[in-house]
Design a protein around this ligand. Sequence first.
Ligand code: APR
Length: 320
Amino acid sequence: MARNKIALIGAGQIGGTLAHLAGLKELGDIVLFDIAEGTPQGKALDIAQSSAVEGFDAKLKGTQSYADIEGADVVIVTAGVPRKPGMSRDDLLEINLKVMNQVGAGIAKYAPDAFVICITNPLDAMVWALQQASGLPSRKVVGMAGVLDSSRFRHFLAEEFDVSIEDVTAFVLGGHGDTMVPLTRYSTVAGIPLPDLVKMKWTTQEKLDQIVQRTRDGGAEIVGLLKTGSAFYAPAASAIEMADSYLKDKKRVLPAAAPLNGEYGLKDIYVGVPIVIGANGVERVIEIELDQSEKAMFDKSVESVKGLVEACRRIAPDLG
Ligand code: APR
């Protein structure tokens, strides 16, 4: 059986890390595409040379031509401009919308059967625009945000409780970052929900609230530290987990920006919800009941995503 083919559109910080991880995990052969000449070629060659030491088999190719992504099984999109200090995700909207149009056309032409994972920010709007621009079935186009938000949340919780990260689960809904909705009653340490851990005096409500806020601001915290770019290790690892679930038909239950078709009372919009990712792409959207305060946070998050999508429609009326 031929190896899977992974196409990475954007060979910057996240794209390079994606290629490295996909190689280390032997997910398939890897094509790195970027408009910056030399960058994808250089990274492909560098990672290919590491394969001798790491002992993985994968062909790597860097390119400026969409024809090279032909027949890709998975396409992960990071093309665009990253957030700089002081810049909000929304500031990126206009530039990255144009990029999504180009990328969508390339995928439509050369990889129409791929499972597409968008990472470019502002995520919830860009994944919508990419699906519109590519014309791929919406169950085959998702956005990576929830896995990253929940992995940040899990990291902070594991530190707070001084337990293994493996035993911490987190459940988040809504848009990426600032409007993320953490569902603490579904987030657990070895099955014990966070509100119970507060009662058991493992932590206080105040500390938990601080952790939630730090998680929401997780991207900005790293931008502030790096000064010249945004996070890339955890975003890449998160997208690889999603790609792995698709390629191996693992049917992982993961939070992702997914197309809603009546779930949560919403239509024609991408919002972060728990989904099952398998060989058919988005195989199920999991709809849970929200209590009053969760619903209020979720509605606020949805409003902010709707605002971004409206702005996209104004800038590019041809899109949906
Ligand atoms: N087509 C292909 N590649 C493009 C295009 C385009 N039209 N426009 C820009 N790029 C490339 C850039 O040349 C660059 O190499 O996209 C790459 C982006 O890489 P970085 O600037 O290093 O950004 P990165 O940190 O990887 O983040 C990428 O993910 O988390 C989000 O906000 C982040 O939107 C950003 C994206």
